[in-house]
Design a protein around this ligand. Structure first.
Ligand code: AMP
Length: 382
């Protein structure tokens, strides 16, 4: 495996793939964690006399130029954090250049190898060397993540190296009990990882919007909560498999409901069997929070991805807060996986240092835990 330290970068131009996919609200960055996480590699390259062209993406523009997904605000923030000029499509000769959102070009994410390859060749003309550090995108077979790496001498950056080191600890004989807590909006995003992790973990706790598909599969009234009806049969199988494998499946016993999806909606706590048909579940209830926290604290290895409720609304943030707090009290390894989960714990007032490790990549870390080959890591020999 190549390492960044052994790559001779002095006087060279390095294409650095970063993950700068930060959350934005009205054009302002609400959490700059991914930019900060990219700094060690950028600074190291600059200190060693390289010039850098950074490639990154923001959101899912699907091959179209969408001004609201421009990396311009990221260039500005990067400039502030680095304390030096960042050239953003202005060709001002700075040592650091940030390209515009690579996903404005359809070929970046194309399923067609030739199309992606051609774009990678274009990108390769911009640099002498390639450093891959965009962990949040390594599960994607994209031109700048996968194809470009094979066209230039390459090495993983410090962030990717750190991420892989932590995830290895979770996959190679994790200390038990090993618990995984999953939340967030959609079951469909996580069905693969749930099925796969059932043969690896001792405890699986499920909250967030996705839990209502589980509750529906158990025949419960879920009112107007989020649900993916087509996945109910699959979820039934998951529940059966968990029982067969002796995995403790922790589901909420009470729910915080509201008549509408609104910050100002009045919250009410109901037992899971008493959801009215005209309300929706927006958080796990306090009894569930306590049970989830208890299950987490008994584990020696914990991985958490996805909020337990609509944490963006103060009245529905309690479940996520309690789970985050429990993670900080784990005696063992606790990993918060994912840019959104990381942003959630920071928004709730936790510090990065409260946790064992905060991964910058949700999808990527989940796929790593599933045991999948991740194209962006394979391309770097990892
Ligand atoms: P994901 O991107 O799948 O991790 O989902 C994160 C989003 O799920 C957050 O923006 C939460 O507000 C949302 N979420 C969590 N719980 C619920 C819920 N019960 N109903 C609707 N949305 C939820």
């Amino acid at each position: 495996m190549n390492s960044l330290a052994s790559l001779d970068v002095a006087g060279k131009r390095v294409f650095l793939r970063c993950d700068l996919n930060v959350p934005l609200s009205n054009g302002a960055i609400t959490d700059d964690g991914r930019i900060r996480a990219s700094l060690p590699t950028i600074k190291n390259l600059l200190e060693r006399g390289a010039s850098i062209v950074i490639g990154a993406h923001l959101g899912r523009p699907k091959g179209e130029i969408k001004p609201e997904l421009s990396l311009a605000p990221v260039a500005k923030r990067l400039e502030e954090l680095l304390g030096q000029t960042v050239d953003f499509i202005s060709n001002n000769g700075a040592a650091v250049t940030l390209l515009e959102n690579l996903r404005f070009t359809a070929a970046e994410t194309s399923k067609d190898d030739a199309e992606r390859g051609a774009f990678a060749k274009e990108l390769a003309t911009l640099a002498d060397l390639y450093v891959g550090d965009g962990f949040g995108a390594v599960h994607r077979k994209h031109a700048s993540v996968y194809d470009l790496a094979s066209l230039l001498s390459n090495a993983p950056g410090f962030l990717i190296q750190a991420e892989v080191e932590v995830l290895k600890k979770l996959t190679q004989s994790p200390e038990r009990p090993y618990g995984v807590i999953l939340g967030g909006a959609k079951v469909s995003d996580k069905i693969g990882v749930i099925s796969n992790l059932l043969s690896k973990v001792d405890v699986m706790a499920i909250g967030g919007g996705m839990v209502f598909t589980f509750l529906a599969a158990k025949g419960k009234e879920i009112g107007s909560s989020l649900v993916e009806t087509d996945l109910i049969p699959t979820v039934k199988e998951i529940i059966e498999t968990a029982a067969l494998k002796g995995v403790t499946l922790v589901l909420p016993t009470d729910i915080v409901i509201a008549p509408e999806f609104k910050e100002s909606a009045t919250p009410t706590v109901v037992p899971v069997d008493q959801m009215p048909s005209d309300q929706m579940g927006l958080d796990i209830g306090p009894d569930s929070g306590a049970a989830f926290a208890d299950a987490i604290k008994k584990c020696k290895t914990v991985f958490w991805n996805g909020p337990m409720g609509v944490f963006e609304f103060a009245n529905f943030a309690h479940g996520t807060q309690v789970v985050a707090q429990a993670l900080t009290e784990v005696e063992g390894i606790s990993v918060v996986g994912g840019g959104d989960s990381a942003a959630a714990v920071r928004a709730l007032g936790f510090k990065d240092s409260d946790f064992g490790y905060i991964s910058t990549g949700g999808g990527a870390s989940l796929e790593y835990l599933e045991g999948k080959v991740l194209p962006g890591l394979a391309a770097l020999g990892l």
